[in-house]
Design a protein around this ligand. Structure first.
Ligand SMILES: [Zn+2]
Ligand SMILES: [Zn+2]
Length: 797
C-alpha cells in the first residue's frame, strides 16, 4: 500500500470540489482526507493500483465549475500503524501569503431547477435556491475566506434543514455558502414606481406589469435589469426614451434554446455558449425569416443584422418566463425548462422575448441596491421586483459572440469575474488602470492577473466613483497591495489622472504604456506566450494616444512584452474638431477627402451638410486648427460609412462604433479573399516603413459612389475587401522583414466579423500563426491587462 499527498491548484473552492473528492475516494475504497487551504485543495490517500485511476478521475471528472491549473502528487511515508480509516473532509486552513480563488456567479443548475419545478419539494417555486454547483458568488462576497459570514447571505441564518444539508458531505448543498430555503432565505417583493410595496404575488405582479407594456426593474445577480416586453413597440420605445438610449442595440432574454432559435441562427457552438454556466449575452446573426422580420420584436437591434440573446440565469428569470402556480395542485399547466428535459417549447412561455438591459441611465454604472435602484431608476421603471439579498459587487452581464466557431468574449463581467488569467511566471504586484472607454482595471498577484468587470466610460461622475470603488474592492478580496501603477499615455484620460495622483500621494512608481502596445501584450498573455516572445500585432481601433502625440489606431507593430517597434501604419489624415468628429462622422470623411474635393469633383457627397459647416471645417483643416492627425482604422470605417450613405434617423453617431457596425451590416456576402483590386495602397519606403494609404482607400470608395453609382451594399463590400487585403499585405510584409510568423489581431475593429474571420483565414492560409482574443475583449476592455503585464515585465527585467 502507498500513501499519496496530492496538491491541486486552480478554481477548486466553492465549486463542490471536496464532496466530489469524497465520493471519488469512496468509489475506489480509498481512505484519507481532503482539505481546502488557501492555495487550493490538498488530499492524502492510502491505496494501491486504484490510486492512478483516482488521480485520472480528479482531472477528467472534476465538477463543471472548477478549473484545475495544476495537480502535483508525492509519496508520503506511512508511519507505524497510522493508517486511515474511512475518508474525511477536514476543516479549512489558511496559508500565509496565499489566497484562494473564488468562483464567478453561476447560472441556476438543472438539479436546482428540477427542485423548483417539482410540486411538494420544499423549494418548489422558491426564487433563491442554489447549491454547490450554482448561484451567486463573486457579487455577494465582501471578503475572504469565502464563508457565509463574509457574504451578504449572513443576514439570513440557516434553518435546521438547510444546516443539515450544508453539513452533510454527501449532500449537493454541502458547504454551499449561499444556500437557503423559503423558511430562512430572502423573499421577493414588488414595488410601484415610487417604491411603495404592492400586495400580491411579486412574480405575478411583475408579469402583469410587463404584459401591460410597463417597464419593470428586476434585481438580478450583478445588478438591476430594466425589463419590458420585446414584442411591444410602445414599451420598447418608452424604455429607449427614458433610458436615453436611442439606437444602441438592446439585449433580449428568451425562455430557452428553442425560443432563441426562432430569433437567431443558433448552431451547436452558439447553443453551448448560450447554455454555459456564465450565461452571456450572445451576439448572433438574426434569422431573416423570423418574428423580428414580421414585426413581432421591435426596435431592439438598432438596424444591425445581429441580435444579443441570453437565457434565464437566476430562478427569478425562470419564473418570469415560466411561472408556477401558487397552488401546486394546478401544476399540470406548468412548463418545464429545457435544461431539465422539459418541453422547451415557447408556447409555454409568458413572453416571446423580454428586453433585459442594464438598469442604468446611458453610460452610468448598473444600479445594485434597492434604495439606490428606486432612486436612480425612478422615472424609467414603472415597478421594481426586488429582494433583500444584497449585491455587494456589481457586475454587468458578460457579452460574447462566436468567431470562427469559437466563443469569444466582448465584455468581461458576470459569470467570468473574478476568474484569473494564469501567467507563465510570478510577476510583481502591478495595478493597470485601463483606458477611458470600456474601462476595466487589472491587478497582478503572483502568477495570476485579475481583470475587473466592465466599468465603462469614465467621463461620467458615477462611473468614475465605481472605478475607484472597484480598485479598492479588488485589492481587498485579492489581498494585494500594488507596488507599481500602470496607465495609458493619454494625458487627458481620467484613468491616467487617477494614476498620476495615486502615484504622487503614495510614492509608487508609475509606468505609462502605449495604448496599442497594451492591446498587443494583453493578446500575448492571454495566449500564454512567454516573456521572450515577439509577435507582429495589427492593432486596429478608434483612438489611442501615440508616442508622436498623434492619434493612432491603424498600427502594424512588432511587439514584445516590454517594448514595441512601429513598423508602419495607416496614413494620417486631419480629424477636424477632434472628438466631435467621432459623433459627426462626415467630418472624418471631409478630413480624408479635403485635398481632392475640387480636382475630383466630390463636393456633392457632402450635399446635405450646410455650407457654413463645410466652410468652417474646411478652414480648420486648411489652417490646421483643432485638427489632430489620426490614422485609426475605426475612423476610416466612419469615413467610408458616411460616403456609402449610412444615415439612419440622425446624422450623428449615437454610440461608439455605430457607423462601422452599420457598414458591416450592409455587406450581403463575405469577400472571397481574391487579390486586391487596387494597387499601391500598401507600400514600403526606403527605411522599410510600411504604409497603408487611407486616403486612396476612401477616395476609391468616393469615386465608386460618385462616378460609378455603386449601391451601398456593394460599396460596403468593396471597402471591407480592400481593408482586409491591405491588412493582409501589410502583415505579410512585416512578417517577412522581421522573420516573425505569428500575427496578433487586437483592437475594437476586430469585433467586425467579416474583418476578423476573413483576415484570420487569409493569414492562416498563407502559413502564418494567427492570435485573436478569446477571453479578453478585443476592444479597450483588454487594455488594463496589457498595461499591468507590460509594466510588470519592465520592472522585473
Ligand atoms: Zn444548483
Ligand atoms: Zn432553510
Amino acid at each position: 500500500m502507498k500513501r499519496l499527498r496530492i496538491h491541486i491548484k486552480g478554481i477548486v473552492q466553492g465549486v463542490g470540489f471536496r464532496p466530489f473528492v469524497h465520493s471519488l475516494a469512496k468509489k475506489y475504497g480509498l481512505a484519507g482526507w481532503v482539505i481546502n487551504d488557501s492555495r487550493g485543495v490538498e488530499i492524502e490517500v492510502d491505496g494501491d493500483e486504484s490510486l492512478h485511476k483516482f488521480i485520472e478521475d480528479l482531472k477528467t471528472e472534476a465538477p463543471p465549475l472548477s478549473q484545475i491549473v495544476d495537480i502535483a502528487s508525492e509519496l508520503v511515508e506511512i508511519s507505524d500503524g497510522a493508517k486511515y480509516h474511512g475518508f474525511e473532509i477536514r476543516e479549512s486552513e489558511d496559508v500565509e501569503g496565499e489566497r484562494v480563488l473564488i468562483s464567478p456567479d453561476v447560472a441556476t443548475c438543472p438539479d436546482c431547477l428540477r427542485e423548483m419545478y417539482t410540486p411538494g419539494d420544499p423549494r418548489y417555486r422558491y426564487p433563491f435556491l442554489n447549491c454547490t454547483n450554482c448561484g451567486p458568488r463573486f457579487t455577494i462576497i465582501e471578503d475572504l475566506p469565502y464563508d457565509r459570514p463574509l457574504t451578504t447571505m449572513r443576514e439570513f441564518p440557516m434553518c435546521g434543514d438547510c444546516r443539515d444539508e450544508y453539513e452533510t458531505p454527501s449532500d449537493r448543498r454541502f458547504h454551499a455558502q449561499p444556500t437557503c430555503c423559503p423558511i430562512c432565505g430572502p423573499k421577493l417583493n414588488f414595488l410601484d414606481h415610487d417604491g411603495v410595496e404592492i400586495d400580491g404575488d411579486p412574480i405575478e405582479l411583475a408579469i402583469e406589469f410587463i404584459k401591460n407594456g410597463k417597464i419593470v426593474a428586476v434585481k438580478g445577480l450583478g445588478g438591476f435589469h430594466l425589463a419590458c416586453d420585446a414584442t411591444n413597440p410602445d414599451a420598447v420605445r418608452r424604455l429607449r426614451e427614458r433610458k436615453h438610449r436611442e439606437a444602441k442595440p438592446l439585449a433580449v432574454m428568451v425562455g430557452g434554446i428553442s425560443a432563441a432559435r426562432r430569433l437567431a441562427e443558433v448552431n451547436s457552438d452558439a447553443e453551448s455558449a448560450l447554455l454555459s454556466p456564465a450565461r452571456p449575452i450572445l451576439i448572433l446573426p438574426q434569422r431573416p425569416d423570423t418574428k423580428i422580420a414580421d414585426g413581432r420584436i421591435h426596435g431592439v437591434t438598432g438596424g444591425l443584422k445581429t441580435i444579443g440573446i441570453m437565457l434565464p440565469y437566476t430562478p427569478i428569470h425562470h419564473l418570469l418566463f415560466r411561472p408556477l402556480p401558487i397552488d401546486p395542485s394546478e401544476t399540470s399547466k406548468i412548463a418545464i425548462p429545457e435544461e431539465i428535459g422539459g418541453p422547451g417549447d415557447e408556447k409555454f412561455d409568458k413572453f416571446v422575448a423580454l428586453v433585459m438591459t442594464s438598469g442604468n441611465i446611458s453610460d452610468e454604472p448598473i444600479a445594485s441596491e434597492n434604495d439606490e435602484a428606486v432612486e436612480r431608476l425612478k422615472g424609467i421603471a414603472d415597478g421594481f421586483l426586488i429582494h433583500a439579498r444584497k449585491i455587494y459587487r456589481r457586475a454587468d452581464d458578460s457579452v460574447a459572440t462566436i468567431r470562427s466557431g469559437i466563443a469569444t468574449i466582448w465584455r468581461w463581467g458576470r459569470g467570468h469575474v473574478p476568474r484569473p488569467i494564469f501567467l507563465p511566471e510570478t510577476l510583481p504586484p502591478v495595478l493597470g488602470v485601463g483606458g477611458e472607454l470600456k474601462t476595466t482595471v487589472c491587478h497582478i498577484r503572483n502568477d495570476k492577473a485579475f481583470v475587473s468587470p466592465h466599468i465603462g466610460d469614465l467621463k461620467t461622475f458615477e462611473t468614475y466613483g465605481y472605478f475607484d470603488e472597484t480598485i479598492s474592492h479588488q485589492e481587498k478580496i485579492l489581498d494585494v497591495k500594488p507596488e507599481i501603477i500602470a496607465c495609458d499615455m493619454h494625458p487627458d484620460y481620467h484613468s491616467t489622472r487617477w494614476a498620476e495622483e495615486r502615484s504622487e500621494k503614495s510614492g509608487l512608481p508609475l509606468i505609462k504604456i502605449q495604448h496599442h502596445h497594451a492591446h498587443a501584450v494583453a493578446l500575448m498573455v492571454e495566449h500564454g506566450l512567454s516573456a521572450d516572445s515577439e509577435i507582429i500585432c495589427l492593432a486596429m481601433d478608434g483612438t489611442g494616444y501615440g508616442t508622436d502625440g498623434n492619434t493612432w489606431g491603424g498600427e502594424i507593430l512588432k511587439t514584445s512584452m516590454t517594448g514595441f517597434e512601429r513598423l508602419g501604419h495607416i496614413t494620417y489624415a486631419p480629424l477636424p474638431g477632434g472628438d466631435r468628429a467621432i459623433k459627426e462622422v462626415w467630418r472624418t470623411a471631409y478630413g480624408r477627402l479635403y485635398k481632392f474635393l475640387k480636382s475630383d469633383n466630390l463636393s456633392a457627397l457632402f450635399g446635405e451638410i450646410p455650407d457654413e459647416h463645410l466652410d468652417v471645417v474646411g478652414k480648420m483643416i486648411h489652417d490646421n486648427i483643432n485638427s489632430p492627425q489620426v490614422c485609426s482604422l475605426g475612423r476610416l470605417f466612419d469615413a467610408a460609412a458616411f460616403i456609402v450613405g449610412i444615415r439612419g434617423s440622425t446624422i450623428d453617431a449615437d454610440f461608439d462604433g455605430q457607423f462601422p457596425m452599420l457598414l458591416e451590416a450592409l455587406v450581403k456576402s463575405d469577400p472571397h479573399g481574391k487579390t486586391a483590386i487596387l494597387d499601391g495602397i500598401v507600400s514600403v519606403d526606403d527605411s522599410g516603413k510600411i504604409s497603408i494609404d487611407g486616403d486612396k482607400i476612401i477616395l476609391h470608395i468616393a469615386h465608386e459612389r460618385s462616378i460609378n453609382n455603386l449601391p451601398p451594399d456593394e460599396l460596403a463590400f468593396e471597402f471591407h475587401e480592400i481593408v482586409i487585403d491591405s491588412l493582409f499585405r501589410a502583415a505579410t510584409i512585416a512578417c517577412e522583414s522581421t522573420g516573425i510568423s505569428t500575427v496578433g489581431l487586437s483592437g475594437g475593429c476586430f469585433m467586425n466579423r467579416i474583418l476578423h474571420e476573413q483576415l484570420t483565414k487569409k493569414l492562416t492560409d498563407s502559413g502564418l500563426n494567427v492570435l485573436t482574443h478569446r477571453i479578453m475583449p478585443p476592444n479597450d476592455g483588454c487594455i488594463s491587462l496589457g498595461q499591468a503585464i507590460s509594466a510588470a515585465y519592465k520592472i522585473k527585467r
